[in-house]
Design a protein around this ligand. Structure first.
Ligand code: PLP
Length: 360
């Protein structure tokens, strides 16, 4: 029985673990051994690790030896942004903090008002010379899908390398063209604390975490076999059929809330069908979150809360949204077990709260 009794509309933060992943983790824990040990149990663990690697690679559309297992998306982003040799680094303004913090000196590529990377600005920044460029596949706050194919063309034409943070899209959409991609198990039904860097380009990557030579010397440390087994089972359990229902549900939700006064961010962009960033005029996001939480609904805001102060989302600010408006935005994100009834319950409460704010 889960302790989580809320209606869960915060899937971009983390997804529930698939039953298949829980079973695979239990099996790997029972059949424990160090995959680097030469004895029979160790060889068994090595076999399980390589089977999981093949399963994940096949499910995501990569080659097994392109996978470097990490502790998640954050470490994969660090490995790419810090481990790939480059004279110049660029990242988009709307990257997750995992990427921004991994490349603090990188020049920032601006985005358009709809939350997608400004291709002309990127081209001007590149100025015909190579660079390591980091751009996410879909934004975790607005769901805006980035023009990765065009970005890859631009970066490739200048002899540079492209890193794509595909944490929000892996298992939902085919991976885009890129030299390096970050994926994370806990966003697609696997356990937290497991992920991978997919290195399509083998050259020029140096390990940040050295040690025992695991992962072909690119990431030292005993592999998290239970986590990786859960990751593999979750990837194999991924189906994309539910995303059509998610798109219809998202459209219904947004139509309903717009009629009640909502503004939907990045509405003009192609978006993940599971993500809506919505502003309720006159209502601080923190207040909305508490209200929804008390009503038994888990959502989140784009705002980062630190030391009691709520800072407006850097993603919305990069899109040119005024700070006061950005501070009124919350994010609804759905997943494979979200139902119409969940979304309706959210809309009912949103409408009632908005009506109260208007009347106040
Ligand atoms: N990148 C994006 C776009 C994310 O949404 C997240 C998680 O919130 C991460 C990276 C970090 O992944 P992990 O939690 O596996 O470190």
């Amino acid at each position: 029985m889960s302790r989580n009794e809320h209606i869960y509309l915060d899937w971009n933060a983390t997804a529930p673990m698939r039953a298949e992943a829980v079973d695979a983790m239990r099996d790997a824990a029972v059949n424990w051994a160090n995959p680097s040990s030469v004895h029979a149990p160790g060889r068994g663990a090595r076999g399980a690790l390589e089977t999981a690697r093949e399963e994940i690679a096949a499910g995501l559309g990569a080659l097994p030896d392109q996978l470097i297992f990490t502790s998640g998306g954050t470490e994969a982003a660090s490995l790419a942004m810090q481990g790939v040799a480059a004279d110049r680094r660029f990242v988009s303004e709307i990257e997750h903090s995992a990427v921004l913090a991994a490349a603090p000196d990188a020049a920032r590529v601006p985005v358009n008002a709809n939350g997608t990377v400004d291709l002309r600005a990127l081209e001007a920044l590149l100025d015909g010379r190579p660079a390591l460029v980091g751009v996410m596949h879909a934004n975790n706050e607005t769901g805006a899908i980035q023009p990765i194919a065009q970005i890859y063309e631009l970066v490739n034409a200048t002899g540079g390398k492209l890193f794509v943070d595909a944490v929000q899209t892996a298992g939902k959409m085919p991976l885009p063209p890129a030299d390096f991609l970050a994926v994370s198990a806990h966003k697609l039904g696997g356990p937290p604390g497991t992920g991978a860097l997919i290195a399509r380009c083998a050259t020029g990557l140096s390990a940040l975490q050295k040690g025992g030579g695991q992962e072909r010397g690119q990431r030292g440390g005993t592999e998290n076999l239970p986590g990786i087994a859960g990751f593999a089972a979750a990837v194999s359990a991924c189906r994309r059929g539910w995303l059509n229902d998610a798109a219809a549900r998202r459209d219904r939700l947004e139509t309903r809330l717009r009629a009640a006064g909502a503004h939907v961010f990045a509405a003009d962009a192609e978006r993940l069908p599971t993500t809506s960033m919505i502003r309720m005029p006159g209502a601080q996001a923190a207040m909305q979150l508490i209200h929804f939480d008390m009503a038994g609904i888990a959502v989140s805001s784009g705002a980062a809360c630190s030391s009691g102060k709520v800072a407006a989302s850097h993603v919305l600010r990069a899109m040119g949204i005024a700070e006061a408006e950005a501070a009124e935005a919350i994010r609804v994100s759905t997943g494979w077990s979200t139902t119409d009834a969940h979304v309706d319950a959210f809309c009912d409460i949103w409408e009632r709260l908005a009506a109260r704010r208007k009347a106040a």
